[in-house]
Design a protein around this ligand. Sequence first.
Ligand SMILES: Nc1nc2c(c(=O)[nH]1)N[C@H]1C(S)=C(S)[C@@H](COP(=O)(O)OP(=O)(O)OC[C@H]3O[C@@H](n4cnc5c(=O)[nH]c(N)nc54)[C@H](O)[C@@H]3O)O[C@H]1N2
Ligand SMILES: Nc1nc2c(c(=O)[nH]1)N[C@H]1C(S)=C(S)[C@@H](COP(=O)(O)OP(=O)(O)OC[C@H]3O[C@@H](n4cnc5c(=O)[nH]c(N)nc54)[C@H](O)[C@@H]3O)O[C@H]1N2
Ligand SMILES: [Mo]
Length: 711
Amino acid sequence: MSTDTANSKTFFGACPHDCPDGCAMIYTVEKNKLTKVSGNSNHPFTQGRLCVKVNDYERHHYNPDRLLHPLRRSGPKGSGEFNQIGWDQALDEIVTRWGAIIAEHGAEAILPYGYAGNMGLLNGMHAGDAFFNKLGSSIGEKTFCASSAVTAQWMTTGPSLGTDPESFVHARYIILWGANTVSTNSHLWPFVLEAQKNGAKVVVIDPYRSRTAARADWHLSPRPGTDAALALAMINTIIEDDLVDRNYVDRYTLNFDQLRTSAAEYTAEQASRITGIRAQDIKTLAHEYASSQPSVIRVGVGAERYPGGGQAIRAVDCLPALVGAWRHVGGGLLQMPIFVPVRFDLLSRPEWIGAETRVINLAQLADVLDLDAGLNPAIHSLFIWNANPLSQVPNSNMVKRGLQRDDLFTVVSEQFMTDTARYADLVLPATMNGEHNDVITSWGQFYIALNQKAIEAPGETISNFDLFQRLAARFGFEDPRFTLSDKELLRESLDWDSPMLEGKSFDMLENDGFIRVNVPPKDVYAPHAEGNFPTPSGKCDFCSRLGQDSGFVVPPLRQMLEGRQNSAPIDPVPGYIPNRAGRDHDSNVDDGYPLQLNSPKSHSFLNSEYANEAHKLRSQGKQFVLINPADADTRNLTEGDTARVFNSLGEFTADTQVTAKVSIGTVVATFGYWGSRNQLGGAANALTRNSGPGFAGTPHFNDTFVEIEKF
Ligand SMILES: Nc1nc2c(c(=O)[nH]1)N[C@H]1C(S)=C(S)[C@@H](COP(=O)(O)OP(=O)(O)OC[C@H]3O[C@@H](n4cnc5c(=O)[nH]c(N)nc54)[C@H](O)[C@@H]3O)O[C@H]1N2
Ligand SMILES: Nc1nc2c(c(=O)[nH]1)N[C@H]1C(S)=C(S)[C@@H](COP(=O)(O)OP(=O)(O)OC[C@H]3O[C@@H](n4cnc5c(=O)[nH]c(N)nc54)[C@H](O)[C@@H]3O)O[C@H]1N2
Ligand SMILES: [Mo]
């Protein structure tokens, strides 16, 4: 960059967090110290503003609690007692232990567990793919987040980028469906506000009055997990009341009749009984949505976290085609624009995956680590990076019991001593974003951003990329993939010949810090105005058979893994599937626990990141639970009481907030807090349970029933 002075240098940064916004940043460095991190004001989507989590990102880098050296466990698992060792010793130990495990049980007894703590192409969830594919370990399937949503989208509209978030300014009707945009996608919010200023109506569909719902023109609050009934009743109303865009449906969609038949059961009155939303409101929503064009829907992950979540999102995905919203700039639907041309062939080397290599769903870690579950071979070693499973995975007490197994060799690469790292045999210190090179692709907008190493890595920290190159060298893997430098591989990490990047280059990334993928500008882009859906038929498919035999999940290596994935067959037509055990809607009771727990994201944390940092905890506040006044009354709970939230799986304490933001029968406790800092040692996922394969392997975090009492 050209703004360097004698005392200060600047570098391009890109926020690595697992967030749709993918902010472009500027790192300012003085005397090899990162003194300031600001937003890159040239970036059209993020516009130079950083969120509450990273607007003082340099403090994160210099947090005195950072891990700086490799550590070996010296006390019992979980005790947090470790001794400092050298890298050579740490890597030697991995080679020796894995050698013995492979000799006795085979390489599939090793499970790589990488996730999205870092979204970089080199350092992200795929950082270990090439190494582990070569090693022949089990493959970790990653379905924590948006797996149902992406699969639903794939089946219905195909892997389309969808509506440009910047085009939202042209919309006349915006539905934020199971998305808490103000907290979790905050750079979309200015575009929503601008549309609203121009006369658009902003509707939020969310079982609780989130920050976003509180700012909407209209908040509709369905019972948790009932969105399919709502969407199908909208479809039904749109068909019955003659609001269908016939011409669009005839030309650009398939299987309208099947959709009509499936939706026929869901009159507004019937859906009202299921969702708790007034029938008249459902009809009004359908009418306004269909007739206020352009209308656009932003789908979050809230609706997918239930047994019927995947099908609910399929029904939602049918709506824009039905009413012809895709015809218009700013109309349509934005879900996960993740389909940018990454060179997974180079980065992940899928051809090294054995034809029979087993795929294990990481969301089912609790059962995976349980020796009684009968995996053959059982998992004898877990290698974790970019993830904090004790916080993120259902049934954390059972995960903890697994991590306590003496015969399990656990290695964790981390920046901090997380709840998970405390159970490791070896803890390896990882760099932070200002300390390594990478490229970040977003899952909420259409830009790719460069992240330059701005400062030297502190202590003995190394990047995930270096970690796997070092491991490959230790294991004697001689492929050139493992000797390329980060910069060399980075240049090749995107398919510059693909239409989406034609005319763009890595040099442009180095000059500007970011590039927009090749789609028309926001003021003209209407991707499906004339169909052109990237489905097998080229049409939007209301009744897709893609998942009907074995179900499927959409990871980048889908083709390689098809048939080995852990998901249930998917009914071609979207329908409504009730919450667990088909409970009836009037008696929300499961195993005697009457309150349904919704655990969405915390405003000031990024999943569990920052929940150990005092200044972010001050901004976020202590773990709380929102409860309706009527439910609080019957439990003798008042505002500010410390409550015990529990069920048969676990417990945690929370500050009671008595509020009409939640309906009777549901409670909200946001996710991300570290159980180790809780009086009862738990957090939201101590109470959630493993939901099995289901639709695209998505965990049903919110299909959780609890009781609350004064602590
Ligand atoms: N501040 C902050 N931002 C983040 C994150 C963070 O931890 N903190 N995490 C990042 C990640 S990994 C992700 S995936 C995104 C997720 O961002 P969002 O998609 O916004 O996800 P959540 O906050 O989990 O849930 C969104 C909303 O869905 C609602 N919801 C729950 N159940 C239902 C239901 O049955 N139906 C409907 N319609 N809504 C329901 C919740 O109450 C919540 O308000 O955010 C990213 N951004
Ligand atoms: N109850 C409930 N459970 C949920 C959710 C929910 O809403 N409710 N949300 C789900 C969703 S959407 C998601 S995405 C998952 C998130 O689950 P995770 O991705 O496991 O989330 P984090 O807690 O952010 O853990 C990431 C870890 O990676 C570390 N890290 C960051 N950068 C690097 C790096 O460069 N190298 C290394 N080695 N480590 C790094 C961080 O310090 C952090 O501890 O949780 C899921 N679980
Ligand atoms: Mo996520």
